[in-house]
Design a protein around this ligand. Structure first.
Ligand code: NZQ
Ligand code: ZN
Length: 384
């Protein structure tokens, strides 16, 4: 097992009616900025629950955060937060709203000329407004981590940044908020969660037995729960299990003491930046091709994945890996996901653009930091 430091201070409030707990969780002596997206919270009762819990608080609102949140939109939020002298940010929505809120929190206090430098040049975040989250879409794990991914329309970029100052103070997870999610977003959330786990599990073996078992237990839970959605068994507990899986998949716990490979996300973010495809859909296209390309270097873990997650006991290792990848693709497809670039009518002309960007990264992506432009091209060509 590799050395690690683990720290996660986020208070989780989980369960029915937990939005009412905002009354005590949000400081009363600060002006609050409630941040949300395109209006889903106004149709599913979340907005009313928040307003009622904060009826004695001083609240201003900033809405219109789009999926794959834009720097341009966030900067309007920064302006409002400064003009209104806001002291605490409350995000209500999915990963996009939570990430935008993290960016605004850091940008309001950014001492330099352009807060985009925190994203592009990794300028250090030295201070940030405190923030909390009401999660309505289980997927990204943003509610318990330090990451945010921000896009910039003018340059077709989508780039992650992070800071320990961006841990939410608390996150409220009420599984009932997910009942209004369209099937497409539920599927996106399951695949995003699945891929987050795989990127911390499918690397090379460092004898981290507990971390492997934790990863497998999340994958197995997703595989068990996903088919229940929209069927007769679809109930509160299915939603609760999926929600807790998403949080556990990216709260920095699974990556303790193990190598990680975030290259599916790195390539997926470029696909979204160039082709405006949903985050999880990009991942469903990239990961099977990437695992296939890296199958020899990841063989030990892929065989474990085949045996323990997909119950495959084929003594021929290569065939066992083939079967595991087929099962993974079938799982994604049963959820209605695309698994090929052509499923989304993405043309091959985008491949060299993505390969060029990945090839310029320092360090290169992958657990061995060696995914150069040639390898990225080969992966995406397999995904055609
Ligand atoms: O904007 P509203 O009206 O709220 O509608 C949203 C949006 O259209 C809707 N929605 C959310 N909750 C709903 C709902 N509709 C009905 N009922 C509800 N309860 O769903 C749509 C998608 O929302 P979005 O927040 O974009 O989805 P998701 O949670 O998948 O977030 C994706 C973003 O998170 C980033 C992605 O790159 C992408 O930008 N990620 C952030 C990570 C992190 N911070 O750690 C890690 C992830 O890997 C990911 O990269
Ligand atoms: Zn993701």
């Amino acid at each position: 097992m590799l050395n690690f430091t683990y720290h996660n201070p986020v208070r989780i409030v989980f369960g029915r009616q937990s939005i009412a707990r905002l009354t005590e969780l949000v400081p009363e002596d600060l002006r609050i900025m409630l941040i949300y997206g395109g209006g889903s919270i106004k149709h599913n009762g979340v907005y009313e629950q928040i307003k009622s819990a904060l009826s004695n608080h001083d609240v201003v609102e900033f809405s219109g955060i789009e999926p794959n949140p834009l720097y341009e939109t966030c900067m309007r939020g920064v302006q409002l937060a400064k003009t209104e002298r806001v002291g605490f940010l409350l995000a209500a929505g999915g990963g996009s709203v939570m990430d935008a809120t993290k960016f605004i929190a850091a940008a309001v206090r950014y001492p330099g000329d352009d807060p985009w430098d925190m994203v592009l040049k990794k300028a250090t975040v030295t201070s940030a407004l405190p923030l909390g989250c009401v999660v309505t879409l289980p997927a990204t794990g943003s509610e318990t981590n330090i990451n945010a991914v921000i896009s910039r329309r003018s340059s077709a970029q989508k780039i992650p940044f992070k800071s320990e100052l961006l841990f939410p103070r608390f996150s409220i997870l009420d599984p009932e908020t997910t009942f209004s999610l369209p099937q497409r977003q539920l599927a996106n959330g399951i695949v995003d969660t699945f891929v987050h786990v795989c990127e911390q599990y499918l690397t090379y073996d460092v004898k981290a037995s507990l971390q492997d078992r934790q990863a497998e237990s999340i994958l197995l839970t997703l595989i068990e729960e996903a088919p229940k959605l929209s069927g007769p068994q679809d109930d509160y507990d299915v939603r609760a299990n999926l929600m807790w899986c998403a949080t556990q998949a990216l709260n920095h716990n699974l990556s303790c003491g193990v190598p990680t490979d975030w290259s599916t996300h790195a390539i997926g973010h470029e696909l979204t930046a160039f082709c405006d495809i949903d985050h999880a859909r990009a991942l469903a296209i990239v990961m099977p091709a990437l695992l296939n390309h890296q199958r020899h270097r990841k063989a030990d873990k892929l065989l474990k994945f085949a045996r323990r997650v997909w119950n495959i006991d084929n003594p021929n290792g290569d065939r066992a890996i083939d079967e595991a990848l087929k099962c993974t693709v079938r799982f994604f497809r049963d959820l209605g996901m695309p698994t090929r670039l052509r499923d989304c009518r993405i043309p091959a002309t985008v491949i060299p653009k993505i390969a060029k960007r990945l090839g310029q990264r320092a360090p290169l992506a992958g657990e061995h930091q060696d995914l150069d432009a040639r390898k990225v091209t080969a992966i995406l060509e397999t995904a055609m």
